[in-house]
Design a protein around this ligand. Structure first.
Ligand SMILES: *Cc1c(COP(=O)(O)O)cnc(C)c1O
Length: 487
């Protein structure tokens, strides 16, 4: 029998439902949902018509709790228009994923199930394991590897480095050996590693920033620093390799780092937040991550370059035993059993910080099942090629690259002839103007003391024409020539 509105609610309680948190009329709710779904699908299909717009000043008042009104109308008129812009094909700021139609399916199915994936015996655990297994195979890690889906690379870094810490000094856990631990990373490392090191109580100075050359950690300098630290009584804990630096998209030589880590018996962690996904790209980009399979842990995001909706990252750890040893603590109120709901052989609360967790795997699974792995390889490869194309256009317009384009990030200055201070001011102004005019979203970063324009291509909606138009507009603004802006 189809599930219709429960007539008992009306018979016994008039218009007041027995559950105040249930729609009084399911058929009305169904109609609202159809309307919302239609408008949502239209919005996704027409993402190009919906660039970022500055939210009106009174938006907080509009959202003040307790106003009622038709919720579908409010969602479509007052909420959806003020998105963060990253669904638009000309959004290339920071490193942000663009979202997928499959997220709509996952969102609905996930809401219906409301699974808590901390543990126990139900489907979402198996689905998370399937997503982890697929990813570990793509990264080239063996079957002993283990993982846990988290909010993003920031949290995955904490989890990975905590596992490193427990392996290096198990006695740190109950007591504290007093060992002074050190962590090594290239100067280009993301501040997520800085936060993780401080959060783990190692202290700000424990993070040794190793000089880079051509965007990669100087391996000889790394070895010298490790040697010096050992002589000074420190215990080198981990080397953090960067696979895709957030600023310019450079890569450490992961095989060289793996050699050092192996020889020194140090944990090798890779920050592959977005760059790890070059593993799915065609050569030559694929080779940027050669050696990633030798890491002890990898932190990466699905919400950036796998385009999946926010939020979803992964801590992938080569040894399940190391991973488990760092997090599994089962008090009596979480006791498992052989069968029944408290069965199940993998409780993700044993592999991370959170006990209560949502089903993040569902949107990754829906994405891969809807489009297939090859579609992601093609989109990632295309983003790399587009970054190179953008670089060519930058140069062709007399502007100047500020870093080589090795993967999907293009960093440049609009008027290389100006003084550094003038360039910085102009580049910042151009970035903001393009955003406010709803033409394109670039962000900025600093290279050699100059504020530069920066595009990170993690957008499956971007077509080559979008890049041509944006560079043309940008150049017109730099020359102060609005007549040549695209229409
Ligand atoms: C985005 C990013 C992070 C942080 O990841 P979140 O998912 O935002 O927590 C870390 N490292 C790099 C290289 C990044 O690009």
């Amino acid at each position: 029998m189809a599930e219709h509105s429960n007539p008992n609610d009306k018979e016994h309680f008039g218009r007041v439902p027995s559950d105040p948190l249930t729609p009084p009329d399911w058929e009305v709710f169904r109609a609202q949902m159809h309307e919302l779904l239609d408008q949502s699908v239209d919005r996704m299909r027409d993402a190009e018509s919906h660039p970022w717009q500055a939210p009106p000043e009174n938006l907080a008042e509009t959202y003040a709790i307790g106003q009622g009104g038709d919720l579908v109308t409010r969602l479509t008129k007052q909420v959806m228009p003020y998105h963060s812009g990253n669904t638009h094909p000309q959004f290339w700021g920071w490193v942000q994923g663009s979202g997928l139609p499959s997220d709509l399916m996952a969102g609905i199915a996930g809401a219906v199930m409301n699974s808590n994936v901390g543990g126990r015996d139900h489907g979402a655990n198996a689905m998370e394991q399937a997503v982890i297994d697929w990813t570990r195979r793509k990264m080239g890690m063996g079957p002993d590897a283990s993982g846990v889906l988290v909010t993003g690379t920031s949290q995955a870094t904490v989890i990975s480095l905590h596992a490193a810490k427990v392996r290096a000094c198990p006695d740190l856990r109950p007591g504290g050996s007093g060992a002074k631990l050190t962590v090594y990373a290239g100067g280009q490392v993301h501040n997520a590693t800085r936060k993780a090191v401080e959060l783990l109580g190692l202290g700000h100075n424990a993070l040794r920033l190793i000089p880079t050359s051509r965007g990669a950690m100087d391996v000889a300098a790394l070895q010298q620093q490790i040697e010096k630290d050992r002589q000074d009584g420190f215990l080198p804990l981990a080397v953090v390799g960067t696979a895709g630096s957030v600023d310019v998209g450079s890569f450490d030589d992961l095989n060289a780092l793996a050699d050092v880590a192996k020889a020194e018996s140090i944990w090798l962690h890779i920050d592959g937040a977005f760059g790890a996904w070059t593993r799915l790209a065609d050569t030559p980009w694929r080779n940027l991550t050669d050696g990633i399979e030798r890491a002890d842990s990898i932190a990466l995001d699905f919400h950036k370059w796998m385009y999946v909706g926010y939020d979803c990252g992964l801590a992938l750890i080569a040894s399940e035993a190391d991973h488990r040893a760092a997090f599994a603590v089962r008090p009596p109120y979480l006791e498992g059993s052989a069968t029944g709901l408290s069965g199940g052989d993998r409780w993700f609360c044993d592999y991370g910080i959170d006990l209560s967790r949502g089903n993040r795997a569902l949107k990754v699974w829906c994405a891969l099942e809807m489009f297939g792995e090859a579609a992601f390889s093609a989109a990632i490869t295309r983003n790399c090629a587009q970054a190179s194309m953008m670089a060519d256009l930058v140069v062709a317009h007399g502007m100047a690259l500020m870093a080589p384009v090795v993967s999907n990030i293009c960093v440049f200055t609009a008027s290389p002839g100006l003084s550094p201070a003038q360039q910085s001011a102009q580049n910042s102004e151009i970035a903001i103007k393009l955003q406010l005019d709803q033409r394109a979203v670039f962000s900025t970063t600093h290279v050699n003391g100059i504020t530069c324009l920066r595009a990170a291509l993690t957008n499956h909606r971007t077509r080559d024409r979008h890049i041509h138009a944006a560079i043309k507009d940008l150049h017109a603004l730099a020359r102060g020539d609005p007549a040549t802006l695209s229409t």
